[in-house]
Design a protein around this ligand. Structure first.
Ligand code: NAD
Length: 508
């Protein structure tokens, strides 16, 4: 890790990528339109980014299709694809500090997280899928001696990946890793708040040997660029990560166009259940705080509801409040800070309105609740105190809706059954944590919770080898991570070969 001064010096030297990346080169939007990308910690404009629309989408899709049909990547031997992706990883490593700085500047995430989590996990993800490429086997069906049924996977074709702003680089990697490994041509559409690291990743991939047209990045607005991708009839699949509200639109776009495959990774209102027999409450409190406040709560799997047994509630809450005070909010470029700025003025106002709404609906504020005003260059920054509400009931908005900010809702129960019922009482089902010292109870609770991932006695999303995605309105159609992610980017083909013979002489 560098010092704050060194990070700022590095930031001053970076030549920010601002144009779309199409067919192996940076190129302005055809319309010439741009939009400002803003540092949410200072309010300063970092750069003007090309605002792509349907015309740019048409060009990128045509180039991506051309590359796919030419077979320059899709028909490369798997081992060769792997070698290029390994070189891509080396280039990411070489540019790690620069990528971390761009990520922190544009998203308001703390530089410490960008350096120690976002960049290493991006590398880990691409490496995991690269190494899998030449170890995936197809199948032969049990079809008897008279026929042979080959069940093969093929790359699906041209894939659009529509991304959120909360983990800009890592979410790009979650899509790029399996999509490139499977041999597709990819068009990435970063969220309009955070375009730069995605643009740089594409250039590094191309530099590593991913052929022109195979990886493209179209920055732009959701309602123009994102919608055009969703409706384009020559895109074979969309992998979307973002809000449930926008995810729904992609199903409509698909129905209105070419029935392209759609996978949605959406929001969550994730519970953290702490039962009366949970041990080592100091450690539990650390997990609770990390689960809700990490990344300023701008995390789809943020455990924003603490469902705690009345027998240990007071003891646990005291520890949670104490640990939360250690999470210092401040300049994202200062590596000693654990929390940075909220992404945008609009999102900041939304989080503040949830805090005010919770007070009006009768929740009891026990920590934080206010905007943090910093000085100097950070005076316009969008900082919110880690906030905890007690006495939250399930009819309140903060118990049901995804706040996507540093706000914890505490709900009290008297049994495991009551905890499970509350945990399942939302339209979401992405993630949950459960803390108990009884293994059988832990497994039974984990099985009863309707969520894609349940972590026991820790807060964790699993790792690259475990599928990640949501039940209910948290997701649709597939999973990110693990080999299951490859299913999003491949079609299954059956090839049926007749082997029937008239006589033994055919064996000659
Ligand atoms: P968002 O839905 O507002 O935007 C996501 C993407 O969709 C952006 O690229 C945006 O430009 C695009 N978009 C917006 N409107 C569009 C439209 N009308 N048509 C087409 N595209 C459009 O989400 P966000 O605010 O960027 O991200 C936060 C959300 O992402 C949260 O709900 C969070 O839970 C979710 N998320 C989920 C996961 C997961 O793995 N399940 C991971 C990270 C974030």
């Amino acid at each position: 890790m560098l010092t704050q001064t060194e990070y700022l010096a590095l930031a001053a030297q970076i030549d920010f990528p601002t144009n779309a990346f199409i067919n192996g080169t940076y190129t302005p939007a055809i319309s010439g339109e741009t939009f400002a990308t803003i540092n949410p910690a200072t309010g300063q404009v970092l750069a003007q980014i090309s605002a792509c629309d349907s015309k740019d989408v048409d060009v990128a899709v045509a180039k991506a299709r051309q590359a796919f049909e030419a077979g320059v990547w899709s028909k490369k031997h798997p081992t060769q694809r792997k070698q290029v992706m390994i070189k891509f990883i080396k280039l990411i490593k070489r540019n790690a500090a620069q990528l971390a700085v761009m990520e922190a500047l544009e998203s308001g995430k703390p530089i410490k997280d960008c350096e120690t989590i976002d960049v290493p996990e991006t590398i880990d993800c691409i490496q995991w899928h690269a190494e899998a490429i030449d170890k995936i086997y197809d199948q032969i069906s049990p079809s008897g001696d008279a026929a042979m049924g080959l069940i093969q996977r093929e790359p699906i074709g041209v894939v659009a990946c529509v991304l959120p702003w909360n983990f800009p680089m890592l979410m790009a990697a979650w899509k790029l890793g399996p999509a490139l490994a499977s041999g597709n041509s990819v068009i990435l559409k970063p969220a309009e708040q955070t375009s730069m690291t995605c643009l740089r990743l594409a250039q590094l991939a191309h530099q590593a040997g991913v052929p022109a047209g195979v990886i493209n990045v179209l920055p732009g607005m959701g309602e123009t660029c994102g919608k055009s991708l969703g409706l384009h009839s020559d895109i074979d699949a969309v992998s979307f990560t973002g809000s449930t509200e926008v995810g729904r639109l992609f199903l409509q776009y698909s129905a209105q166009s070419n029935l392209k495959r759609v996978v949605l990774e959406c929001g969550g209102k994730n519970p953290c259940i702490v039962l009366d027999d949970a041990e080592r409450l100091d450690e539990v409190a650390e997990h609770v705080v990390n689960a809700v406040f990490w990344n300023m709560g701008e995390n789809c799997s943020s455990n924003s509801r603490l469902i705690v047994h009345s027998a240990i509630k007071d003891q646990l809450l005291e520890k949670v409040i104490e640990k939360a005070r250690d999470w210092i909010t401040g300049d994202p470029m200062d590596p000693s800070n654990a929390l940075g700025a909220m992404i945008s003025q609009e999102h900041f106002a939304k989080v503040v309105s949830y805090i005010e709404g919770a007070k009006q609906q009768g929740a009891k504020l026990i920590l934080g609740g206010k905007q943090i005003k910093l000085k100097g260059e950070l005076a316009q920054g969008l900082f919110i105190e880690p906030t905890i509400f007690d006495e939250v009931t399930s009819n309140m908005s903060i118990a049901q809706e995804e706040v996507f900010g540093p706000v914890l809702s505490v709900m009290t129960v008297n049994s495991a059954a009551q905890a499970v019922a509350l945990a399942n009482d939302t339209c979401y089902g992405l993630h949950a944590s459960v803390f108990t010292s009884n293994g059988r109870r832990a497994m039974n609770v984990a099985k009863a919770i309707k969520a894609g991932t349940v972590s026991i006695n820790c807060y964790s999303e699993g790792d690259m080898a475990t599928p990640f995605g949501g039940f209910k309105q948290s997701g649709f159609g597939g999973r990110d991570n693990s080999l299951q992610a490859h299913d999003q980017y491949t079609e299954t083909k059956t090839i049926w070969l007749d082997l029937s013979t008239e006589s033994d002489s055919e064996l000659d």
